[in-house]
Design a protein. Structure first.
Length: 477
């Protein structure tokens, strides 16, 4: 009797000695319901829980103030241009007014651009319109108006700084309200910012061009069957990682709820405990630690330095995909603004873009943007959170656990897109940012498919967040 022979092993393209695959089990029935319900549940909680709604509103106002500070510096740099372009752009920014603080900040910008050159009237009108809003603090707005028209001493300036931050430096002194003490430094910093923005734009364009070339090269090589992809969709375990991902999402949601309803310290305690449970969950379900770690992507691939280099090169490929998502987001914002104008009627449409105050006209923001208004200790903490902790955790569970479980049955494109959509929906930027964030998630999934190791997507994710937060730290310093 002839002894049967086993089929040959699949080629090991990652350079990692993989553990032999074990029998995979189907994910538990509760995994998908949890994954789909968590984003919806968080959205409902943010709308119906007073504490959640108040926190979201405060964070949004703070982030919007930070964005306005960046935009105001650009407007100040334009002040020397003929034709009153700076004033027109300041008028456009009025569409972003959502709070007493943002109204006062933009009124101070109008005053800085010249009280005798239309600034007095523009600031007075803006503050008067804000007083008519429901819940407006008339006393604070009156104080801000007097500060703009009469100037402030150091004590009053610091009092206003607690509401408007950097914008308090735009105010003049008693007896000389049109002359801010730091006017020369502010204008110089604004000019340097515009120069640096031009330099950054050039570098981004060059990186996009290089990334598009690399992406095209990768697509051509893939079509020719000459692109070595290290990810092995048949590697096991896989199904248990869907449970891990569901537990991760559930712990994030439970942490947020506890933070809103009990105490803010409950949020990190529950969330980090959930992360630890989700990481060891495959072991608790009977899978070996080594095979689980390799399937998750927690290995060094072809070596630390090669994988880090792949992440750096991979970030260039991320950029053109992200640009496609950003373009789609911009299109959605444009459509939303048109629909908003139509809903407000012909009268609102006739008043121009600056007069339409709706959510669609606001910049898409993240709470971390507002946190950057703090001191350098806060800026460094946010940088570590965004460029170290977030890439480690998010890539472990999105491109590690979730992507592995999806590729168990799905081809790459479907798995990458669904992975990206869930990734985007759990970010706080809102639905308008979903296309851009989905594209980012898909790009990171491309790196996982290419390298199998999570080092490359973690590095690319860290570079992206680090550049954004680092740039904000410099702009808002």
């Amino acid at each position: 009797m002839e002894t049967p022979t086993l089929p040959p092993d699949l080629p090991n393209r990652s350079g990692v000695e993989c553990a032999p695959p074990s029998a995979d089990r189907k994910p538990a029935w509760w995994a998908w319901p949890l994954i789909l319900l968590v984003p919806v549940g968080l959205l409902v909680a943010e709308r119906w829980l007073p504490a959640a709604e108040a926190e979201a509103g405060a964070q949004h106002d703070l982030s919007l103030l930070a964005i306005l500070q960046f935009q105001a510096k650009i407007v100040i740099a334009m002040d020397g241009l003929p034709g009153g372009e700076a004033r027109r752009q300041a008028n456009v920014l009025e569409s972003h007014v959502r709070s007493d603080g943002t109204a006062a900040a933009l009124a101070m910008l109008h005053g800085f651009l010249g009280l005798d050159d239309g600034g007095r009237e523009a600031a007075t009108l803006l503050l008067a319109k804000r007083r008519e809003a429901r819940g407006a603090d008339a006393a604070f707005l009156e104080l801000a108006g007097r500060a703009i028209l009469e100037g402030v001493d150091d004590r009053r300036r610091e009092e206003l700084r607690s509401h408007v931050g950097w914008f308090a430096d735009l105010l003049g002194e008693p007896g000389a309200p049109e002359k801010a003490p730091l006017a020369g430094e502010i204008r110089s910093d604004a000019s340097v910012l515009v120069f640096l923005l031009g330099l950054v734009a050039f570098l981004v364009f060059a990186a996009l061009f290089a990334g598009a070339g690399l992406l095209l090269f990768a697509v051509i090589r893939s079509k020719q069957g000459r692109l070595a992809l290290a990810f092995d969709a048949s590697q096991r375990p896989a199904g248990v990682f869907l449970e891990s991902f569901a537990l991760f999402l559930a712990s994030m949601a439970a942490g947020n709820l506890a933070g809103w309803l009990v105490h803010w310290l409950a949020q990190p305690i529950i969330s980090l405990s959930g992360v630890a449970l989700a990481v060891i969950w495959p072991r608790l379900r009977g899978n070996g630690w080594r095979e689980s770690r390799l399937a998750l992507g927690w290995h060094t691939g072809k070596g630390w330095w090669r994988e880090i280099g792949a992440g750096m090169v991979g970030y260039l490929i991320v950029l053109p995909l992200a640009l496609m998502g950003v373009a789609f987001t911009a299109m959605l914002i444009g459509v939303a603004e048109v629909l908003e104008r139509l809903s407000r009627g012909a009268e609102a449409a006739a008043n121009g873009a600056g007069a339409v105050a709706g959510a669609a006209s606001e910049p898409v923001t993240h709470p971390a943007v507002g946190w950057m208004l703090g001191g350098w200790d806060a800026k460094i903490a946010v940088l570590l959170l965004a460029a170290v902790l977030a890439p480690l955790v998010e890539e472990t569970f999105f491109r590690g656990a979730f992507f592995r479980s999806l590729r168990r049955r799905w081809r790459f494109l479907g798995a990458g897109l669904l992975n990206g959509v869930i990734f985007a929906s759990l970010h706080p930027q809102g639905w308008l940012a979903i296309p851009a964030l989905t594209a980012m998630g898909l790009a990171f999934a491309c790196l996982r498919e290419w390298r199998d190791s999570l080092i490359a997507p973690m590095v690319a994710h860290a570079i992206n967040n680090g550049l954004l937060i680092g740039g904000l730290a410099l702009v808002l310093s």
